[in-house]
Design a protein around this ligand. Structure first.
Ligand code: HEM
Length: 395
């Protein structure tokens, strides 16, 4: 018999040092771990390992090339409590089945339609702003993104439901750190104030979504909205989605489709506020391409500077900053062997490309596939003043 080749073991820390962190301390802590121990680190407890990976090629193996050896991580599993089994939380084979059914939602023609909704809703929101007055950017961007996605999902006039939808989704989002506390799954049944708040929010959302489904079935709603598409969707055997599945998918898009986008826009405002030179270039670009007319989806390729700024903002302040996967079988990632049940965590955006890359960007070296010349120029300006302190603000 041949002896098995010895496998390298990454730098190892006790699992407790990660598990004892509060939710919003995790990114800061993991960045420190990466700085001190390298791009693959193992948190070890008897019978279970958590690998923290920040080497892009290894992350790609986990999320893309070897994704069939992994399922979604605990964070996503915990989201099922509010969202059920939609695209974000489901696993094969349901995931692929529903993904195919929902795919038409993201066809070019549909995207153009969403562009019209986005512009109309942005204009409506801006009408309440006055020159020189302070606004709560976090609130405004959140409501704008939610108004857009809600209109795209449900079509019809939702103004009477928006406060209930927004308040309830906020409860789900704000409750997430509690859901992620160690052993929290064993206490979901306890009638604690936060569990009751969570259940109440879910009930209110269910009330709105199921009523909308009913109204759509009775001929209401816009034939182009997501709910109409979900109601009509059929697979090759002619089977459609159950009422519960429609509810789960609609709620998933409502939540996943606004919180991230709102955060990204809020951080973009933050950068613009700190960098009048970037703001001036942004306005000059918009003035040159649009003049006084409203944007459409067809303008996006021309608005390259806007896209680059937005991409760079997300790299610096990633709205979805952590991704978790659980190995479902033994699998090799780089030189390392993971066993079934092991967990892989990766941080997104800047946390993958890293501060070193900002320095490389300054010297003009190419730093990643989404990076364009424009982004490099933006990066060069941002690198000096914008890196460490505000990461703390948003967690
Ligand atoms: C800046 C904006 C956004 C960011 C940063 C973002 C980020 C992400 C990330 C990182 C994932 C993967 C999660 C995982 O697999 O663990 C994801 C999945 C998903 N996102 Fe987004 N997202 C954004 C906007 C949106 C929008 C606008 C929608 C819907 C209209 C949306 C709907 C979804 C859905 C349905 C999934 C699950 C996809 C699947 O597994 O098939 N997201 N998003």
């Amino acid at each position: 018999m041949f002896a098995e080749k010895r496998r390298p073991v990454p730098p190892t820390l006790p699992a407790f040092s990660l598990a004892s962190r509060r939710f919003f301390e995790i990114p800061e802590y993991l960045l420190r771990v990466r700085q001190e121990h390298g791009t693959i680190v193992r948190f070890h407890a008897p019978g279970r390992n958590v690998f923290f990976v920040s080497e892009p090629s290894l992350v790609e193996q986990v999320l893309v090339t070897k994704s069939s050896s992994f399922m979604k991580g605990r964070g996503t599993q915990r989201l099922k409590l509010g969202l059920g089994n939609g695209l974000l939380t489901s696993e094969p084979p349901q995931h692929l089945h529903n993904r195919r059914l929902i795919q038409p939602l993201f066809h070019r023609k549909r995207i153009e339609g969403y562009g019209t909704i986005m512009v109309a809703e942005a204009r409506k929101r801006m009408e309440a702003w006055s020159e020189g007055a302070a606004i709560d950017v976090d609130f405004e961007t959140n409501r704008l993104a939610l108004d857009i996605v809600a209109k795209s999902v449900f079509g019809s006039d939702l103004s009477r439901d928006m406060d209930a939808i927004s308040g309830s989704l906020d409860v789900l989002i704000e409750g997430f750190p509690k859901l992620m506390a160690p052993f929290a799954e064993y206490f979901d049944w306890l009638p604690t104030p936060s569990n009751l708040r969570y259940a109440g929010a879910r009930r209110r959302l269910d009330g709105v979504v199921y009523r909308m489904i009913r109204e759509h079935r009775e001929g209401g709603g816009d034939p182009d909205d997501l709910l109409s598409l979900l109601l009509e969707a059929r697979d090759e055997s002619g089977a459609g989605l159950s009422e519960q599945q429609i509810r789960d998918e609609a709620l998933t898009i409502l939540l996943a489709g606004h919180e991230t986008t709102a955060n990204a826009i809020a951080w973009t405002f933050y950068i613009l506020q700190r960098r009048p030179d970037i703001e001036a270039r942004l306005f000059a670009t918009v003035d040159r391409i649009l003049g006084e007319r409203a944007a459409t989806a067809a303008d996006v390729p021309e608005l390259e500077y806007v896209r680059a700024l937005f991409a760079e903002t997300m790299r610096l302040y990633p709205p979805a900053w952590i991704t978790g996967r659980r190995a479902t079988q033994a699998v090799e990632i780089g030189d390392y062997r993971l066993k079934a049940g092991d967990i892989v965590l990766s941080l997104d955006g800047q946390t993958i490309t890293g501060a070193d890359d900002l320095i490389r960007a300054l010297t003009g070296e190419k730093i990643g596939r989404t990076v364009t010349l424009d982004v490099l120029r933006v990066t060069e300006r941002l690198a000096i003043s914008l890196v460490p302190e505000e990461r703390k603000r948003k967690g």
